[in-house]
Design a protein around this ligand. Structure first.
Ligand SMILES: O=C(O)CCC(=O)C(=O)O
Length: 252
């Protein structure tokens, strides 16, 4: 959180992959369908080990899931992972590496099957296309599970949209930071239920970065998309970073 070049900018976006690279990555993700992990909500899967999901029981369960999935991911996406390091070094202007014990960045996969409509205004009359976004509002505190003993200087969260449904996809961002939530003793979800979000619309291959301490949530649809049928895959590459001694370690 300290000295983070991203913390004052809240959310920044930068072109990473071109359309052909996104399509090829999606083809490989779909080719590994048998290795996706299915989650409780309809149509939500992951490929890889995510500390916020696989570390829910304990840091050891996360490390075991990472050891199991890293060989698969590095074999299938080696070019993507080496390009990612170079890209992040360029954006952050500091050395960046993976840690073989921690999970490589992985994929969020939503199979969206259609017919959604604008949600009702919330209690303050705030219109929302994705009326459930506030329930998913969160800060990225999963470094506590992935690297409980590390001394952090700064953190990073990034998302690369690879496929989006017909109605688009994006990130909901509320003007509310973790430090403020602690200071006010107010949960992020409570704030989100009563305040409008800003919509960051995704573009394929364009990485969205922030420090994880700004309140945010996955948006499955975006306002003004004009498409209420809203079908297709929403696939993103997702990862995080922690900075210690001026070096970034990337993980999921
Ligand atoms: O998939 C996205 O759009 C963002 C994901 C996210 O916010 C997270 O994993 O913390």
């Amino acid at each position: 959180m300290l000295n983070d070049p991203l913390s004052s900018a809240h959310v920044v976006a930068s072109d990473f992959l071109d359309a052909g690279e996104c399509a090829e990555t999606v083809r490989r993700v779909n080719g590994l369908r048998g290795r996706w992990t299915k989650h409780s909500h309809n149509g939500f899967f992951t490929l890889g080990a995510a500390s916020y999901l696989d570390g829910a029981e304990s840091p050891d369960s996360y490390l075991a899931a990472a050891a199991e999935t890293n060989p698969l991911l590095s074999a299938a996406f080696s070019d993507l992972y080496s390009g990612l390091l170079g890209f992040l070094e360029h954006v952050l202007d500091e050395p960046v590496s993976y840690d073989e014990r921690l999970a490589l960045p992985g994929f969020h996969i939503f199979q969206i099957s259609g017919n959604r409509s604008a949600g009702p205004p919330n209690t303050k009359g705030i219109e929302s296309f994705d009326s459930t976004a506030a329930k998913r509002a969160h800060f990225d505190l999963q470094f506590l599970k992935a690297v409980p003993d590390w001394t952090l200087e700064a953190t990073l969260s990034f998302t690369v949209p690879l496929a989006q449904p017909s109605g688009g996809a994006g990130l909901a961002v509320w003007p509310f930071r973790y430090e403020e939530a602690v200071r006010q003793n107010l949960s992020g979800q409570r704030f989100a239920a009563q305040n409008a979000y800003e919509q960051v619309s995704y573009e394929l291959g364009r990485m969205v970065l922030h420090d994880g301490f700004i309140l945010h949530a996955i948006l499955r649809g975006i306002v003004h998309s004009g498409d209420l049928a809203h079908k297709g895959q929403r696939i993103t590459l997702q990862g995080h970073g922690i900075r210690t001694n001026g070096r970034w370690t990337i993980y999921w």
